[in-house]
Each structure stands twice: as C-alpha cells, then as structure tokens.
Design a protein around this ligand. Structure first.
Ligand code: ATP
Ligand code: MG
Ligand code: MG
Ligand code: MG
Length: 560
C-alpha cells in the first residue's frame, strides 16, 4: 500500500477523552474513530489488523475441527424468553421492536440462536460432536463503555459453541478449545495467562478466562509464584471462602443431592421455603461506586463462593436496589454506600437455616448457620485477597496483577439445551439432552490489549503476526534514485507476498519517521541517497530499536 493513497488520518495530539494508551494510540495512529459512546468505525489500517487477527483465529479454530457459520445479530425476543434470559440478562441487552410491535434484541451472545439451530437439525448421536463458530459484531449496552474498544457497546467477537453427547465429550471439546486459545494468543506474541473463572455456579474447572496482563486491565489476576494456580480475583476470593467454610463446616449436615447443582433445584427438591434463604448480599466493587448485588440461585453460595451476579450502578439502580432490599428482613431505609455495607454485613449475620452450595459435586449442606458454623466476620476479610497471601494449593505466595479478559471458555453443560430442548437420540434410541460449551474471544478487545502490551512513548510496536504491514519503506527526499529504488523494493516485496507500506508522501523526513514509529510496523527500511551510493539500505527494528545496514542485493532474502 502506498501511503499517499491510504486513508490514514493520524493525530499529533493525544485526544483528551482517551484514558488508556491503546485508546490513545488507536486514535492517533489512524486505526479507528468514534461514532458515539462505545461505538467505533474501524479505518483501513485498523480493519487490516482486525482481519489479521481474525485469520489467526480462523486458522486455529478450523484446525481444531470447528466450523464457521454466521448467525443473525437480530434475534427474536421469544427465544430469549424461552431460555429465561430476556429478564435475567438485564439492561445490557439491546432491545428493540419491529414495525409490528414484535420484540427483538441485538445479540450480545448467541447461545439461544445456535441452540435453536441445532435442536431443529440434529437428531442422532451420529451427528455429534459439533462445534460451530462465527466472527460477528456483538451488541451490549454496557453501563460504562470506556477505554475505546476495550469495552465497547458494539464490538467484534468470535464465539463458538460445542455440542456433545456426554460430559466426556464436553470435556474433550473444552480442552480442544482451551488449547486452540493458547495457540492463538501465543501466535500473537501476547503475554497472557489462562485463569480459573467464576461461572456463577458451583464447580472449579468449568471455565477459564484468558487474561492479557496489562495495567489497563479491569480484572485482577491472582496467581501463585510457586505452583501454576491462577484465577480471576473474584473467584480466588470465593475459593478461599470455600476452604475456610469447609474447615469450619464439620458439624454441618451434608446431604447427597445427585444431579442437583443450583440452590433453586435443591429448594424445590427439599421443599424449603424460599424466604428462609438469604435474600441478598451486597458489597462494593472496589472504588468504582458500583455495587454488586448478589442474589437468586446462588445466594447461599455467595457467602462462600462470592458470586457476582449482577453489577448495578448505585445512582442508576437505587430504586431497584430498594425493592430488592425491602424484601430482606430487617431492612429499613436510607441508602448510601456505607449504609449498604453495614446492611450487607448485618444481612450475612442474620442468615438462618441456610443451605450451602455443593462444595463437592452432588452434595449440599443444609441448616447452615453462619454464626454457628463459620465466622461471618471472616467473609468480609476474606474478600480482600491480598498480595502475599497463602496459596490454597501449595502454600506459596499469591501475587496480584491486572489483566484484560480477551477470551473465555465455559462448560455450559445442559443449561441451554435443557431450556430449549435440544435433544438427540443415543445409541439405544433414547432421547438425551446435549452437553454444550461456549467459547468467546473479543477480537477488537484483543487488538487493544495487544497495544497495551506493545508500545513505547513513540507509538505502537506491532508483533509480526498482527502488524498491518510487516515492512514500511521510507524514502528520504526527492532524489530520483531514491524514489525509483523505493518503488522497486516495494514492488519486489509485494510480489514476494509481504505486506509492505511505502511512505511516498511529500512530507519532511521528521514527519515520516514519527508516523512510522506511531504506526509501528516491525521493520522500517529507510532509502537515502547517501547509503544507496554505498549499496546499502538502512533497516530499523521497531521493537528493539536496533539499526543496521542491509545490502541491496541481499535485502529480500534477509527480510523473509
Ligand atoms: P467483561 O467481564 O469484560 O464484561 P464478559 O465476561 O462479559 O467480559 P464474555 O461474555 O465472556 O465477556 O464475552 C467473550 C469475550 O468478548 C470477552 O472475553 C471479551 O474479550 C469480549 N468482550 C466482552 N464484552 C466486551 C465489550 N463490551 N467490548 C469489547 N469486547 C468485549
Ligand atoms: Mg461483560
Ligand atoms: Mg468477564
Ligand atoms: Mg467472560
């Protein structure tokens, strides 16, 4: 590509509203422009990087046996009604009506749509396993769109869904995707960590998030220096709580609850009155003026597992909060953050006759009494997992570091297949529910995360795999030899299948050098009259800053 023809509006100044470096550099290097809050146009250079990443994702997923399709972004609300998520998904779901008044939403994710597809088409175990994926624009009405494409309201995601005949099959599909994810992020040259993630239900290894380690990360990764334990802080806190609770829970009655996982199911089975359950536990999400509202199926687990089911902005949702709190015995009124914290602690203290989640599969505790069975005050303390704390696996020291969630793999098991009745006939002609997994990668978020990890004060430093152009040719001045030689190199490299950018603009050398650093192609080749006479080109590696001459005759072989 010749730069004189490329639509690449670079900026000298850092845009005022861009807080994090990737956001600043994506605007400055002409990768994207904002249309409205959380909604961006990808300019030619930015889109080229996106496609490079998409190709890597495609290659690795195809290799792993997944098949690409494209599901509709516009989804009928009935399908979400059927899965129960029309209400549960909350205000993040972009809802709309058609001209006939029928309800629709713009897909934030596609479990419903893909399960609907498969339930209608797949009949027999012979057609399984199946893994379907797409790369598509997703819509989420994020409460706080920010940091450019790190948290957008419209963003590109790769989402895959696996369908298996049984748990073993699901395990295999999950591992397969987990490995593909590792290969994808390795190929991008990213420093990342797969970490245990909170699934909102009981169970340890049902989900992993892939975290790119970077200061701008909104998640905190807890990892152990001695063993390979790594988890999202949310989960790490809850794991510690589980361990504590387990130690203290010796006097609890443990009952076998085969096949029951959620508290709701158990309540139904045991016919326990719902009002005996804990109604809500609230706590502040660090420093953000945001409250986590924890409730529903997982309420008892929350004491131990700390599930974060719903995050609400206090100002915006105080009415909702009031309603929720008013269902709680003893709640009396005015609300500010401090009050809420006190209320939360009191709530925990006032739990009676609780039922605790299955810390082991197919087991529940009944008659949990927090004051009697474990110390409630610990709950608040344990939530603060601190640097240097003991690892629950090996006793080593825990470390905390911010991370950007670029991907997540998740064993859904039969959550959606059951709700939407996605069944197949097994070898014996018996109807069985499919075991599902879902696997997401934030395409646009990964690009931003890459920049968070690969930049310096002058601009982006693209890893080779994602660079829009591998080589930038930078002719100095108007010397005929220089112009001719630059064009020749450009043609030769292009013919050799290398993505090359030629800065043929009539700009001063300083401007060109600055833009080259900003755009961040891995290799810069400067063509100047003096070195040409000596038979040389000047090369500079963007990442290391290393500069050296390359012989004209040999340059092609060297670049490859
Ligand atoms: P987060 O915790 O950051 O809100 P999530 O857990 O809600 O993300 P998933 O539902 O797991 O996201 O979606 C799969 C992937 O899509 C995420 O791992 C992330 O890379 C990407 N993603 C999610 N939300 C956004 C967003 N608002 N903007 C850009 N990418 C996103
Ligand atoms: Mg989210
Ligand atoms: Mg997340
Ligand atoms: Mg996630």
């Amino acid at each position: 590509m010749k730069m004189s023809q490329l639509y690449i509006p670079t900026l000298k100044e850092t845009p005022a509203d861009a807080e994090v470096i990737s956001h600043q550099l994506m605007l400055r290097a002409g990768l994207m422009r904002k249309l409205s809050s959380g909604v961006y146009t990808y300019l030619p250079l930015g889109y080229k990087v996106i496609r490079k990443f998409e190709d890597i994702v495609r290659e690795e997923l195809n290799k792993s046996g997944a098949q690409e399709l494209l599901l509709p972004a516009l989804q009928p609300a009935e399908l979400w009604e059927e899965s129960g998520r029309l209400q549960n998904y909350g205000p993040e779901l972009m809802r709309l009506k058609d001209r006939h008044g029928r309800d629709f939403c713009l897909g934030p994710t596609h479990e419903e749509v893909v399960t609907d597809l498969v339930r209608d088409e797949v009949r027999s175990y012979k057609e399984l396993p199946l893994n379907l994926y797409q790369i598509q624009t997703k819509y989420r009405d994020e409460i706080r769109p920010r940091f450019g494409v790190l948290r957008g309201r419209e963003f590109i995601m790769k989402d895959a869904y696996s369908f298996d005949i049984d748990k073993d099959g699901l395990e295999e599909s999950y591992q397969n995707m987990y490995n593909a994810y590792c290969r994808i992020f390795e190929r991008c040259g990213l420093e990342f960590r797969p970490v245990e993630a909170d699934t909102g239900t009981i169970g340890g290894d049902n989900s992993h998030e892939f975290m790119v380690l970077a200061e701008a990360g909104e998640d905190i990764v807890v990892y152990c220096e001695e063993c390979d334990y790594a988890a999202n802080l949310e989960l790490a806190k809850s794991k510690l709580e589980v361990v504590k609770a387990d130690e203290e829970a010796k006097e609890l009655e443990i009952i076998d609850t085969p096949g029951l996982t959620t508290i709701d199911e158990l309540v139904e089975e045991l016919n326990i009155a719902a009002d005996k359950m804990i109604k809500a536990v609230l706590y502040e999400v660090e420093g953000q003026g945001i409250l986590a509202l924890v409730r529903g199926d997982y309420e008892v687990n929350d004491i131990k597992l700390g599930n974060l089911l719903d995050v609400v902005n206090l100002e915006m949702a105080s009415e909702e909060l009031y309603k929720e709190l008013n269902t709680v015995k003893g709640f009396t009124g005015a609300i500010n953050l401090d009050d809420v914290k006190i209320i939360a602690d009191e709530l925990v203290m006032s739990i009676v006759n609780g039922v605790a989640g299955a810390n082991k599969i197919d087991k529940h505790y009944v008659n949990v009494n927090p004051q009697r069975d474990f110390e409630v005050t610990e709950v608040a303390d344990i939530r603060e997992v601190k640097e240097g704390e003991e690892c629950i696996h090996c006793g080593g020291k825990l470390k905390l570091t911010p991370g950007i969630e670029v991907g997540q793999v998740f064993k859904l098991e039969t959550k959606y297949s059951e709700a939407l009745n996605a069944t197949f006939l097994d070898e014996n002609g018996k109807s069985q529910v499919m075991e599902m997994g879902c696997y997401g990668i934030g395409i646009t978020r990964t690009i931003a995360a890459t920049i968070e990890q690969n930049h310096d004060e002058y601009g982006i430093i693209w890893p080779k795999a994602l660079a829009p152009y591998l080589v930038e040719i930078l002719p100095l001045g108007n010397n005929d030899d220089v112009i001719e030689k630059s064009a020749q190199i450009y043609d030769e490299l292009t013919a050799a299948g290398i993505d090359v950018l030629l800065d043929d603009r009539k700009e001063r050398a300083g401007v060109k050098f600055n833009d080259a650093d900003l755009i961040g192609c891995p290799l810069r080749i400067t063509v100047g009259a003096r070195s040409l006479k000596e038979g040389n080109l000047e090369a500079k590696i963007r990442k290391t800053g290393e500069e050296f001459n390359i012989n004209l005759e040999e340059y092609l072989a060297q670049i490859k």
